[in-house]
Design a protein around this ligand. Structure first.
Ligand code: PLP
Length: 397
């Protein structure tokens, strides 16, 4: 007798990652021998700094691969040191944890706070995973579509989105996919709205996803927690080494926040992954305690590439200048409505015809845009942008 597995109903509540899906299609075409240029994945094209690899190889040679905990004392202290140094924030060991990528902590940060029908306010364009995870836990994403050209949300837009049912606000800057970086004044204005909202909505909590904090090119990074430390008891700060240390495959993220929230996350980890690999924890300790001088060069590299992409797109598709991360998020609406009805049609045709992989804006909650990741070589950028321009020039409307 044949049997066809059907997943449990809750699995239908979540969609697979759109960015990974486009990347998979690019890889398939590559495997067929096609000269694909992928701007689809948010991953540094750099090598993990040597001191991090050395710590991992030293650890491997100890032959000690025992069960541990999400953040053993040396790792917890390294995380605590980072927040003290970078943001002037003080945490205790019970207020920090670590997991298998920032993604695992976003998953459980949402999973431990959001219940059925709780509203979660998320500014668009957003990282693809936030609303999917909210849906999975029975929450209701409430998306803010910013009116400003630079895709920043305003205090008024945030105020209008918060209702008595709002449980969580997710704030991410520099943002994926638009590289949005808020000024200190703008962060303070949003914090004022959140503070005010807590008076009528005492359950309100906040996730601040700061995973791109080391990749800021215009102005500087002002974390919500540092600007409004009074909100800390209701905040979860999520960070990681994927972007800052080119550590994507190692899967390491960390979080800090109120002890009860961290405790709830650790409880879920104890029944799921238990903790991240100890060899990765060894690398993370070295990364968090170690030098960051390599970032000066990386940032200079990214700024140069950002400026190149931005200049190449002038006159082709309008685009705000991103202040950080490694993405540009141009507006492609001019090319839609004729041959290509949607942004997804556009990116799929771009991939199939010109072999350039980009991700459609609707995956990030903003239809009519597309994301280009410039964390790739100069040669790829030059060739890929030339192909994009050729593709656009050939569109009849
Ligand atoms: N948050 C944002 C905004 C991201 O863009 C990503 C990765 O792309 C993550 C979190 C998770 O990264 P990781 O799981 O590799 O630490």
């Amino acid at each position: 007798m044949t049997f066809t597995f059907t997943p449990a109903p809750q699995i239908d509540l979540i969609q697979p990652s759109a960015t990974l899906a486009i990347a998979a299609l690019s890889n398939k075409l590559k495997a067929e021998g096609k000269n694909v240029i992928s701007f689809a994945v948010g991953e540094p094209d750099k090598a993990t700094p040597g001191h991090v690899g050395k710590a991992m190889s030293d650890f491997a040679l100890l032959g000690q691969n025992k069960y541990a905990s999400p953040a053993p004392p040396a790792l917890a202290d390294a995380i605590i040191g980072k927040f003290k140094r970078d943001d002037g924030l003080n945490f205790e060991r019970t207020q920090v944890t670590a997991g298998v990528g920032g993604k695992e902590l976003v998953f459980w940060g949402i999973g431990t706070s959001v219940g059925k029908d709780d509203e979660v306010v998320i500014p668009a364009p957003y990282w693809v995973s936030y609303p999917e995870i909210v849906n999975f836990f029975g929450g209701v994403p409430k998306i803010i579509s910013p009116a400003r050209h630079d895709l920043k949300i305003t205090a008024d837009e945030l105020r209008a989105a918060i209702t008595p049912q709002t449980r969580l606000f997710i704030f991410n800057q520099p943002s994926n996919p638009a590289g949005v970086v808020y000024t200190k004044g703008e962060v303070a204005a949003l914090a004022d709205v959140l503070r005010e909202a807590t008076k009528t909505n005492p359950r309100l909590v906040i996730i601040s996803d700061d995973i791109y904090e080391k990749l800021v090119y215009t102005g500087s990074f002002h974390s919500l927690a540092a600007v409004a430390p009074d909100l800390l008891p209701r905040m979860l700060l999520i960070n990681g080494l994927s972007k800052s240390h080119a550590f994507t495959g190692a899967r390491f993220g960390y979080a800090a926040g109120a002890a009860p929230w961290i405790g709830a996350i650790n409880k879920m980890l104890s029944q799921s992954s238990t903790h991240g690999p100890t060899i990765v924890q060894a690398g993370a300790i070295a990364a968090l305690n170690g030098p960051e001088d390599f970032l000066v060069e990386w940032r200079a590299d990214y700024v140069r590439r950002r400026d190149f992409v931005f200049a190449e797109l002038q006159g082709v598709m309008p685009c705000a200048t991103p202040g950080g991360a490694f993405y540009v998020f141009p507006d492609i609406r001019h090319y839609l409505g004729g041959e290509y009805k949607t942004d997804k049609d556009f990116v799929l045709a771009l991939l199939e015809r010109e072999l350039v992989g980009c991700v459609h804006g609707s995956a990030f909650g903003m239809a009519g845009f597309m994301r280009i990741s410039y964390a790739t070589s100069d040669d790829n950028l030059r060739e890929g942008l030339a192909r994009i321009k050729k593709f656009c020039a050939g569109i009849s409307r």
